[in-house]
Design a protein. Structure first.
Length: 338
């Protein structure tokens, strides 16, 4: 199995932006030391629960202080950006990192994030689809390319730099609606699953992905292989005892979901829920290292997933407790799956 870390730069009132950024960068360096396979950055803007408006900058910083881990976006909200700018910025990240970029993309789901950029959120699906087509074409082209679409008209142009990985870095799509899953299947782009999505629903959406891919002309073998390669975002709290693991995350988690005015992306209920609701859902791995390992095995059996993005810090975690959590996972959980 593969394991990565998740970074969203949440800034609750008991910490500062400077402390948050420094803590996240330290966690990234520690993840490399502990044997994690990658680190993933989430784009958000205009809110305290997510302050990373340009993950490319964080990934460039991460590239400078790591040598091995894959560097991903989970996700870049592509409809908020100019497609050529995105293609060039992330190609530069791929070059700086020696070809370690994983480009995760999504349509976006927060109306405020679109309003502040003067973009109508009702256009996010067609904008998203055009931008993905433009970026894939730009990265794969060996010379000038052009594009004529509903939202974007691009005269013959070159993109520089081009990514180091050819024809382009791996791409991933945030799992959302059935429509998104079917579109991803037709493109044969693998997906990333939200933490609180019931496992039986996830399996059914994988089938929708495979069916759409086959109907579009891909082989069933290729479709199933790609569908099974998905990354699964999960909340992970590890400590020496189950009680310490529960206590470790409560304040930050409950603050995060109180701040999040739309929980749809994480498949959480629209109404506030008690802490125990989240702990008892299938979106959480928590407890001692052995308990967490058992939960991971069960999840893999139920979903077929072999890749987990671990969300350790929802904002303002005690740095020493966060380090201990990462070390326990890296030293006592990961070796059980390698």
């Amino acid at each position: 199995m593969e394991f990565s870390t998740f970074h969203i730069l949440a800034v609750p009132p008991w910490t500062t932006e400077e402390q948050t950024i420094q803590t996240e960068m330290r966690s990234i360096r520690l993840a490399e030391e502990l044997g994690f396979d990658g680190v993933w950055m989430a784009e958000h803007s205009g809110s305290d629960y997510g302050t990373m408006s340009n993950p490319a900058l964080m990934l460039a910083a991460a590239a400078a202080c790591t040598k091995r881990v894959r560097l991903g976006t989970a996700v870049s909200i592509v409809p908020l950006h100019d497609p050529l700018r995105l293609a060039e910025e992330y190609a530069l990240v791929d070059q700086l990192s020696g070809g370690r970029l994983e480009f995760g993309v999504g349509r976006g789901y927060q109306p405020m994030e679109f309003t502040r950029y003067g973009i109508n959120i009702s256009e996010n699906r067609p904008r998203f689809q055009e931008i993905i087509e433009i970026i894939r074409t730009a990265w794969a082209s060996e010379g000038p390319f052009e594009y004529e679409g509903m939202f974007y008209q691009i005269p013959p142009t070159n993109v520089h730099p081009r990514p180091l990985q050819r024809p382009h870095p791996p791409m991933w799509i945030a799992q959302g609606s059935i429509e998104t899953m079917e579109w991803a299947g037709r493109q044969l782009i693998p997906f990333m699953a939200a933490p609180l999505l019931p496992h039986n629903v996830l399996v059914s959406r994988k089938e929708a992905y495979v069916q759409a891919a086959v109907e579009f002309g891909h082989t069933e073998a290729d479709a199933r292989k790609t569908a099974d390669s998905f990354w699964h975002l999960k909340n992970v709290f590890v400590a020496d005892t189950d009680q310490k693991a529960k206590d470790y995350a409560e304040r930050s988690l409950m603050w995060f979901f109180a701040e999040l005015n739309s929980r749809r992306m994480f498949e959480a209920p629209a109404d506030p829920q008690p802490y125990e609701f989240y702990l008892n859902s299938n979106g959480f791995f928590w407890g001692t290292p052995d308990r967490v390992a058992d939960q991971i095995r069960k999840c893999a059996e139920e979903t077929g997933g072999q890749r987990v993005i671990c969300w350790f810090d929802h904002g303002g975690m005690d740095p020493d407790a966060l380090d201990r959590c990462l070390k326990l996972f890296g030293e006592q959980v990961i070796p059980q799956f390698k």
